[in-house]
Ligand binder design. Structure first.
Ligand code: PNS
Length: 165
């Protein structure tokens, strides 16, 4: 995908990814098909009850995106828009699963546009099989020793089990 100026389009896909789920991976695959370069950017979720340290979230993302040529994994601190600008990104990619995601995402997209009008937020929908999968529910299931197979890649499953055992 290129705009009129023929420059490669860099997109940042930010999130907590605590941990990465098959829903995130589905979105990464969709984003990688459209954008020239996709940077999956892990934000340390300061105000949340994080299960994995940011470094470990990055490691898991690197493992599950290995081999995808136009996808890279990074970590950022501070304002998303400053980070996206520093990477030369034209797009911030976010996933919307259900209407319930929309209000928060709209608010965030508008605020981000105010901070940096030159970067567009693009929303994509994960496959319907993942429309109910969230990191928060996966963490909860894992903590309660519930079934997490099919929700996260095997390497994440292993780390989740080790974490809560
Ligand atoms: O996966 P999440 O937790 O829904 O991701 C939220 C995230 C990390 C994208 C958002 O909290 C964020 O952009 N944080 C960085 C700080 C920032 O720029 N805040 C202003 C957002 S309007």
């Amino acid at each position: 995908m290129t705009f009129e100026n023929n420059k490669a389009v860099v997109a940042v896909y930010p999130g907590s990814f605590d941990p990465v789920t098959y829903g995130h991976l589905d979105l990464i695959a969709r984003g990688a098909m459209i954008f020239d370069r996709l940077i999956v950017a892990v934000a340390p979720n300061l105000d949340k009850d994080a299960l994995f340290p940011a470094k470990e979230r990055v490691e898991m993302l690197e493992a599950v995106t290995f081999g995808r040529k136009n996808v890279e994994v990074d970590m950022f601190d501070g304002l998303l828009m400053e980070y996206a600008r520093s990477k030369g990104a034209r797009v911030v990619l976010r996933g919307i699963r259900a209407v319930s995601d929309y209000e928060y995402e709209l608010q965030m997209a508008m605020m981000n546009r105010k901070i940096e009008p030159g970067i567009e937020t693009v929303f994509m929908m994960p496959g319907e099989a993942y429309s109910y999968v969230s990191s928060r529910l996966v963490r909860e299931l894992a903590r309660l020793h519930g079934p997490i197979q099919g929700l996260v890649p095997p390497i994440v499953e292993e780390r989740l089990r080790a974490k809560v055992s």
